[in-house]
Design a binder for this molecule. Structure first.
Ligand code: URP
Ligand code: ZN
Ligand code: ZN
Ligand code: ZN
Length: 467
């Protein structure tokens, strides 16, 4: 059965354009855009007509870094694919790319199958997978080729967490060489985990057990050193590189230098590094545990370098690294030992709003907002132009965004399955009003109208961002 929706009178904002246009949606896809008020647009009729006067009409957000139900530190991230994708929709995100995990000694296939089983039938919005490679060997290298062919085209490796996800430089180089051949993109967690583990042990021996020491031992220099090493290993392998969750200004400088040399090196940062700092990690009464993630939050002065990197395209993507753990019962596992606090922050619901606030505050332009939150993540991970833009043929993943509405972020009102907000009490200007996923209303004027199982697994092509 065919269906038609018309969105009238909004300001359509994409990474490249801002136009007052009506949008015609047919059978789940954008069929056409036409300047509002013109005879062409006026002639459109729909089963559903949405008034976007005074609002923005933007592509749904593409969050390429989430961890629903991630096993970590003896517990699991508290959002399931059902609760996490529902919260994402509330925040104007219509696609996530989550990380399937290979356990050491098991195949990539087993890990991927397990993540498909968690997600299938449960998601409110579309989703894809990256693969965390914990164990590089001849078999897993062959499996990488197969995964690229079936649409899992990116692989995360860790220079941190020895004994868990850690890869040494030889394993990293081998995976990079393989990805240079098969078109995959290596995503790097760049922190020198071997050195950090020494500093953790020394800190604990001195009785430094509070959450703030998490930030002190995971030094900016050790992020920059690992970033540098990853860049040079990728250069030797002739492979592109995407560095995840960049937080240190020294790491941004490494990326900027490599990009000036013409390398295909890319960087992602996250709202927590742009809006939060070590001041949060130092909150008393163990409240700092709410802000423990890796890479860690940095002193405030790092933020300006991240914003500048986003403006100059030395950083290309803002994702959330959504990895929520409740304060009660989960973050509390690390009372008396910061190294036992599960690492990760909630945020999948807040990203589009916080970045809109950055537009209001003058850090980035409106189009750059869409570029770093929708278009570039889609291109970086082979989802464009199906996702990340509003153009004829694109999936009708559309957000009607009210740029004037005021809201206060809070655990009282958010939809993530976690007992605190990292942004509790923060006022932001702008709010999602209506969200369509492939033309279907998921949020309709601030009511959830979606359903678990609407979201479809989305295989991806290889990176579309290489120069
Ligand atoms: O602290 C974080 N970032 N937790 C999630 C796992 C990761 O390293 O991305
Ligand atoms: Zn206007
Ligand atoms: Zn990581
Ligand atoms: Zn992560």
């Amino acid at each position: 059965m065919s269906s038609r929706t018309v969105i009238r009178g909004g300001l359509v904002v994409t990474a490249s354009d801002e136009i007052h246009a009506d949008v015609l949606i047919e059978d789940g896809r954008v069929a056409a855009l036409a300047a509002s008020g013109t005879p062409a647009a006026a002639a459109w009729t729909g089963d559903r007509v949405l008034d976007a006067t005074g609002k923005y009409v933007i592509p749904g957000g593409v969050d390429v870094h989430t961890h629903m139900e991630l096993p970590f530190g003896g517990t699991f991230a508290s959002d399931t694919f059902e609760t996490g994708t529902r919260a994402a929709a509330w925040g104007g995100t219509t696609t996530i790319v989550d990380f399937a995990v290979q356990s050491v000694g098991r195949s990539l296939r087993e890990g991927l199958d397990a993540w498909h089983a968690k997600a299938e039938g449960n998601c409110a919005i579309d989703y894809g997978f990256h693969m965390i490679v914990s164990d590089v060997n001849d078999e897993t290298l062959k499996e990488m080729d197969l995964l690229v062919e079936e649409g899992v085209t990116s692989f995360k490796q860790f220079m941190a967490y020895p004994g868990v996800f850690y890869s040494d430089d030889g394993q990293i180089l081998r995976a990079m060489q393989r990805s240079a051949d098969n078109g995959g993109l290596i995503m790097m967690h760049a922190e020198n985990g071997i050195a950090i583990d020494v500093l953790v042990e020394q800190a604990l021996a001195r009785g430094e057990t509070d959450p703030r020491y998490h930030g002190e031992v995971r030094k900016a220099l050790l992020e920059a050193e690992a970033t540098h090493r990853a860049i040079r290993l990728a250069q030797v392998a002739g492979a592109p590189l995407y560095v995840v969750h960049v937080s240190a200004m020294e790491a941004v400088a490494e990326l900027a230098r490599a990009r000036d040399e013409g390398l295909n090196v890319f960087g992602e940062t996250c709202p927590q590094y742009l809006f939060l700092s070590t001041d949060n990690l130092a909150e008393p009464d163990f409240e700092g545990a709410k802000y423990v993630c890796s890479t860690p939050l940095r002193p405030r002065e790092h933020q300006a370098r991240l914003w500048r990197g986003l403006r100059t395209n030395d950083l290309q993507v803002v994702s959330t690294d959504h990895c929520p753990f409740c304060f009660v019962g989960q973050k509390e596992l690390g009372r008396g030992d910061f190294s036992k606090i599960p690492n990760g922050l909630p945020g999948v619901e807040n990203r589009m709003d916080l970045l809109h606030q950055a537009v209001v505050d003058g850090h980035i332009s409106r189009r750059r907002w869409i570029e770093i939150a929708c278009a570039t993540p889609a291109r970086m991970f082979g989802l464009y132009p199906k996702k990340g833009t509003l153009a004829p043929g694109a999936d009708a993943d559309v957000v009607i965004y009210d740029p004037h509405a005021e809201q206060v972020l809070s655990a009282e009102t958010h939809h993530m399955n976690v007992d605190y907000s990292a942004y509790e009490g923060r006022r932001v200007t702008g709010r999602v009003e209506t969200v369509l996923s492939r033309g279907e209303p998921v949020i309709d004027r601030r009511e959830f109208t979606g359903r678990a199982g609407h979201g479809a697994y989305t295989p991806r092509s290889t990176c579309q961002y290489l120069t």
